[in-house]
Design a protein around this ligand. Structure first.
Ligand SMILES: Nc1ncnc2c1ncn2[C@@H]1O[C@H](COP(=O)(O)OP(=O)(O)OP(=O)(O)O)[C@@H](O)[C@H]1O
Ligand SMILES: [Mg+2]
Length: 233
């Protein structure tokens, strides 16, 4: 599904007179259909930056990100250009960010249903599917028509997760998706991720919680000293 080769990221800080800061370097791995790779390492080791380079938020300094796209064939996302990255994001690659991205003034159920509408689903059916997923994530029906910008941190996180999984992407990038959730909601999220995995979705996930990581990861890659080591969870 994904082959990352010798990926590196450096940040050039202009207010520091062009000084460069290393995000991470020399990251290589392969990810097979239905496989879950956990990313670990201390704070600041580059975990979030690796996901952002794959999702196309950051342009890597060097390296390749080969994705087996259904629509575009094998494509190096590090070089593909914005149009190709946007097409892959639309339906094939999902991302749950570490910090919440809330869309203002759109009802929660519509935020979650939107990816289905873009894929051509009928409006009523898309909203019903969104509502069912929200119920499963314990977002009460009275909140479905409210704006997520007023929600609690954990509620916003569950909206983000619902939106990222509703179209069953082939590749899912998860940056601490359960960080603000209670145990029960965490377990629900892990259950949803397991079901996606069984249907073939490949995932790369960062979890602060060791138990959550062990519950789902097949392999673990540890970022250390800007570089990496492979291992089992
Ligand atoms: N946009 C940016 N501009 C400048 N430096 C950045 C940027 N993003 C990340 N960095 C730097 O790159 C390094 C890695 O950051 P990153 O957020 O990837 O770490 P992380 O492993 O996800 O940490 P945490 O566990 O705290 O989330 C840090 O030193 C950080 O300051
Ligand atoms: Mg991070």
């Amino acid at each position: 599904m994904l082959e990352v080769r010798n990926l590196s990221k450096t940040f050039v800080i202009h207010i520091l007179g062009g000084k460069s800061i290393e995000g991470f370097r020399g990251v290589s791995f392969r990810l097979y259909p239905g496989e879950f790779l956990g990313l670990t390492g201390r704070s600041g080791s580059g975990k979030s930056s690796v996901l952002k380079c794959i999702y196309g938020t950051y342009l890597p300094a060097s390296g390749e990100v080969w994705f087996a796209s259904e629509r575009l064939g094998r494509v190096d996302l590090a070089r593909a250009g914005e149009q190709a990255v946007l097409r892959v994001r639309d339906g094939e690659m999902g991302y749950v960010s570490q910090f919440l991205r809330v869309i203002p003034r759109i009802a929660a159920a519509d935020v979650v249903a939107e990816p289905l509408l873009r894929a051509g689903s009928e409006a009523g059916a898309a909203r019903r599917q969104a509502a069912a997923l929200l119920e499963r994530l314990r977002i009460p029906a009275r909140l479905h028509d409210a704006y997520p910008s007023t929600f609690s941190g954990g509620e916003q996180q569950r909206i983000n997760i619902a939106r990222a999984v509703i179209r069953k992407p082939r590749l899912l990038l998860l940056d601490e998706p359960t960080a603000s959730l209670d145990r029960e909601s965490q377990e629900t999220v892990i259950g949803i991720l397991r079901e996606l995995k069984e249907k073939g979705t490949s995932m790369i996930g960062i979890f602060h919680d060791r138990a959550a990581l062990e519950a789902i990861a097949d392999n673990v890659l540890e970022l250390a000293n800007g570089s990496m080591e492979h291992g089992r969870p």
